[in-house]
Design a protein around this ligand. Structure first.
Ligand code: NCD
Ligand code: ZN
Length: 335
């Protein structure tokens, strides 16, 4: 059994910087044609100069692979319409983090006051810049995404021309909210399609499955799987592959983030095949993103085959999801 994907895209990716960037960029650049690059570096990416220089470092780390880094700016309340107009040619999105809700989000927005931010959202609507959002409150860990839905509803209804991407959705309620507003879209990660809170903390604690937002219930996972495998045009693949060194995960105070880049496409093929929906993977892992972001990625054909592989124990000091476990699909060739 074989599947060829045309220009797969990963619309939520953490590539980091420095040595980590140099070490791990290749795992995405080899098998994906492009990815939306998250701006939560230290310090976050908030200027045109920083965007241009970070993109250059990414391309260098990609070592000549055909791969487009679609850049995102870290949302600041101080952005002006003029700044956004100047930034527009260099970016594909602006990413809003509520302050403190996840890794390196301290410089995010402390309270989302729609009236105060209206001039930014209006400028983004007019310029056609999508707003990507980490949609969690600082409430009880299992309820954070649900509690945030009121913010999505108010932005989506007040700015109907603004494309809003609910990043890494994890709940049935989020899957349903998508249907309510034409301008709401979402990314779904590999891990939220495969694991629940049971895998993280139901038995021995597994730090390599700890991420924000935390994996939820079986009912939630099933709702995400259904919209992903049925080629719902509102959702697209965004791995949220977020590498941290093993020493930062296997410790007290484990960092949030799961590293999935090297296994993403094989694991997705396995999941879609299990549900007899293999042909819908092209929509989920590329076509929907092209339409939502209005982008044309470079040409790259990734041939996947039903052939077992064992996931390595680590990649450059980073432990991947499902390390040492088996996958039934593998990448056979990349053109
Ligand atoms: C991400 C990271 O490590 O940068 N962590 C995570 O748990 N997903 C940040 C994020 O996307 O929330
Ligand atoms: Zn992320």
């Amino acid at each position: 059994m074989k599947l060829t994907l045309n220009s797969p895209l990963d619309m939520h990716l953490h590539l980091r910087d420095g040595k980590m960037l140099d070490d791990i960029a290749k795992y995405s650049a080899k098998s994906f044609a492009g990815a939306l690059i998250m701006p939560n570096l230290i310090p976050p990416v908030t200027t045109i100069k920083a965007i241009i220089e970070y993109k250059e470092r990414i391309l260098k780390a990609c070592n000549g692979e055909i791969f487009t880094p679609y850049m995102s700016l870290f949302f600041k309340e101080s952005y002006t319409p003029e700044f956004l107009r100047d930034a527009k040619p260099f970016i594909s999105a602006v990413k809003l983090y509520p302050s403190g809700v996840t890794t390196n989000s301290e410089g995010g927005v402390s309270s989302i006051d729609i009236k105060k931010l209206a001039h930014i959202f209006e400028a983004m609507s007019e310029l056609g810049i999508p707003l990507c959002v980490h949609g969690e409150t600082d409430g009880f860990v299992m309820d954070r995404e649900k509690e945030f839905s009121a913010v999505y509803e108010s932005i989506a209804s007040a700015f109907p021309k603004l494309t809003i991407i609910m990043e890494h959705i994890t709940t049935k309620e989020s899957a349903e909210l998508l249907k309510k507003y034409d301008n709401l879209y979402a990314t779904i990660t590999l891990h939220h399609l495969l694991i629940t809170l049971d895998d993280v903390a139901g038995g021995l604690l597994n730090p390599h499955l700890f991420c924000k937002p935390i994996a939820k219930t079986y009912k939630d996972r099933e709702a995400l799987v259904q919209i992903a495998i049925n080629a719902d045009k509102k959702v697209m693949f965004g791995s949220d592959s977020a590498p941290h060194l093993a020493s930062k995960k296997e410790c007290c105070g484990c960092a949030a983030g799961i590293f999935t880049a090297p296994i993403a496409l094989s694991a997705l093929a396995e999941l879609f095949e299990k549900h007899n929906k293999l042909t819908n993977l092209q929509a989920f892992a590329s076509d929907n993103a092209r339409n939502i972001y209005n982008i044309t990625p470079p040409k790259k054909e990734v041939v996947l085959r039903k052939k077992e592989q064992t996931i390595p124990k680590e990649f450059e000091g980073v432990v991947p999801m499902f390390a040492e476990k088996r996958l039934t699909w593998s990448i056979e060739q990349i053109y």
